[in-house]
Write a protein that binds this ligand. Structure first.
Ligand SMILES: Cc1ncc(COP(=O)(O)O)c(C=O)c1O
Length: 365
């Protein structure tokens, strides 16, 4: 008997059909990686040892998140029920949006900001309300306060923000949380270690606050995919209903305790980046390149109409940087991750070469 083969392709939800595809430029990155705000060296040696000691037999078991959540909660001074580990902060964002955003709801985002908020928001049936930073990429506090409506269900704020490096104050975050008690206020502290200020201590005290942290930046574990969100036990209970119990793999779970224990490594890396940031900012000023003040491990700079050419010239000189021109309010602007002092000296040399080449091109036109 002949096999019946269906040739009709099912269509996804209308909202998914309307989504833009997002392809971060991850290909051919064998150079100095100053394009994704990653750790530019390597993770703690204790994490490396842990990975090397993992047995093949242990991989046969499903990963158990809860014991590690308890360790992380103790580290943060929180209750185990207030902490949910995720497959990177991206999964925390995704699950939080899935849990709270329905068809009549609105999600409020200051823009420009981290791209994945928009990606996950557009996959829900909620309305995306973007509030553009009007004062030179500073946190648009007034605009956000005005945009809050009875339908606002999630407000997502990266603090420090990417790509601008700007920050919201604790008082502003508290005012937003109080103005929208019906909404979850997500404060994404992906760059916390370079900033030093946090609202993690308010978790559980402010009934609608959820704080996210990643292990992809200062800890140098972007490849393991490890993040967390922390919030009131009731909110985290809803989130756990939606999240897979196995979404954080056993390698990542094994590496988390040594990563947080090795404070000497973290202090070294953060200290190195902060020193390098000061030196790099001085080099930008000396070269006459406009920059935005940053509290994170990256700096946004103004290149102007030749931004794409600048990124190409930097790549030719062995340094990857990220063109942010398509972000709202960022035309002509490029984001440069801060690595170690030695790496940033290499970046400064490449920057001088690139700027000289652009000037030559400009005069030959
Ligand atoms: C603000 C912000 N949140 C989250 C992330 C991603 O974190 P993760 O690697 O844990 O998914 C990034 C990465 O660039 C980021 O800039």
């Amino acid at each position: 008997m002949a096999e019946t083969v269906t040739t009709v392709t099912p269509t996804p939800r209308a909202r998914v059909q309307a989504m833009k595809e997002y392809h971060p430029p991850l290909g051919s990155r064998e150079a100095l990686r100053l394009d994704f705000n990653e750790n530019t060296v390597e993770c703690s040696p204790r994490v490396k040892e842990t990975l090397a000691a993992i047995s093949a037999g242990s991989l046969t078991r499903y990963p158990e998140r809860e014991p590690v959540e308890a360790i992380v909660a103790a580290h943060l001074g929180l209750l185990p029920g207030q902490v949910v580990l995720t497959n990177g902060v991206d999964e925390a964002i995704h699950i939080l949006f899935e849990t709270f955003l329905g068809a009549d709801d609105e999600i409020l985002l200051p823009v420009p900001t981290y791209t994945m908020y928009e990606v996950y928001a557009s996959a829900t049936d909620a309305r995306l309300v973007a509030v553009e930073a009007v004062h030179d990429l500073q946190f648009p506090f007034e605009g956000l306060m005005k945009a809050i409506s009875p339908h606002t269900k999630v407000i997502a704020i990266a603090n420090p923000n990417s790509p601008s490096g700007s920050v919201a104050t604790r008082a502003q975050l508290l005012e937003l949380a109080a103005r929208a008690p019906q909404a979850v206020l997500l404060v994404d502290e992906a760059y916390f270690h370079f900033f030093g200020e946090t609202v993690m201590d308010l978790v559980g005290r402010v009934s609608n606050l959820v704080v996210a942290r990643t292990f992809s930046k200062a800890y140098g574990l972007a490849g393991l995919r490890l993040g967390l969100m922390a919030g009131p036990v009731e909110l985290m209970r809803w989130v756990r209903r939606v999240l897979s119990p196995y979404s954080v793999n056993s390698l990542a779970l094994a590496c988390l305790p040594p990563a947080i224990e090795d404070t000497a490594y973290l202090d070294w890396y953060v200290g190195e980046v902060l020193a390098a940031r000061t030196e790099f900012e001085a080099a930008l000023d000396a070269a006459g390149v406009r920059r935005w003040p940053s509290r994170a491990n990256f700096v946004l700079v103004e290149i102007g109409t030749q931004h794409a050419e600048f990124v190409r010239l930097m790549r030719d000189a062995g340094v990857l940087v990220r063109d942010r021109s398509s972000d709202p309010g960022c035309d002509g602007r490029v984001r440069i991750t801060i690595g170690t002092r030695a790496q940033m000296q290499q970046a400064v040399t490449a920057l001088h070469q690139a700027l000289a080449a652009l000037r030559t091109e400009g005069t030959n036109r």
